[in-house]
Write a protein that binds this ligand. Structure first.
Ligand SMILES: [Zn+2]
Length: 177
């Protein structure tokens, strides 16, 4: 898309899709608690359909997403609700190759925002260069968190957007207790 292309919002078209979906609603009787007792933390990247990538069905898992799939305080909040209220016991982390957060630097992006908005973000952008290192960091944050009380089944992966394959990342031994 070039800057000259007019932007056309999608919402009205998507509401037509929704009406069609609701006419043939397939998910009657699903339970509130995820069937597989699983929570997935993943990047918001539009190329990753987590249900498709993992062969999950609706009702199987909580999917928690943000830019990068980073373990932030708010992801911890969601995981605490997932584990304590809704019984999940397993966590899968998924970052990926060719992520937008690899294309900017923490300081550079923050400076750009400050220049345009007049205020410097008080939150980290969480940029990274190597997704494998970043997954390991996210696993360490989970293992170090006092609020994540079920830590026995935490695994991390990098999704290759060119092949569709998941590559497992080994955790940092220093943070597994
Ligand atoms: Zn990403």
């Amino acid at each position: 898309m070039t800057p000259a292309d007019p932007f056309l919002p999608s919402t009205d078209e998507l509401l037509v899709h929704n009406a069609r979906f609701a006419d043939n609603f397939p998910d009657h009787g699903l339970h509130l608690a995820p069937r597989r007792k699983l929570a997935v933390v993943a990047c918001m990247d539009s190329r990753m359909d987590i249900f498709q990538i993992l062969g999950l069905d609706h009702g199987d898992a909580h999917i928690i997403r943000n830019a990068g799939g980073v373990v932030t305080d708010d992801v911890i909040r969601s995981l605490v609700v997932s584990q304590r209220l809704l019984g999940t016991q397993e966590i899968i982390l998924i970052h990926h190759t060719n992520c937008g957060l690899q294309t900017v630097s923490e300081d550079g992006f923050k400076s750009d925002i400050e220049r345009d908005c007049g205020i410097k973000p008080w939150w980290a952008i969480e940029t990274f260069t190597d997704p494998h290192v970043d997954v390991r960091q996210s696993m360490s944050r989970l293992h170090s968190s006092p609020f994540i009380t079920t830590k026995g089944h935490i695994r991390g992966f990098v999704y290759d957007v060119d092949t569709g394959r998941l590559i497992e990342v080994q955790p940092d031994d220093r943070h597994i207790g």
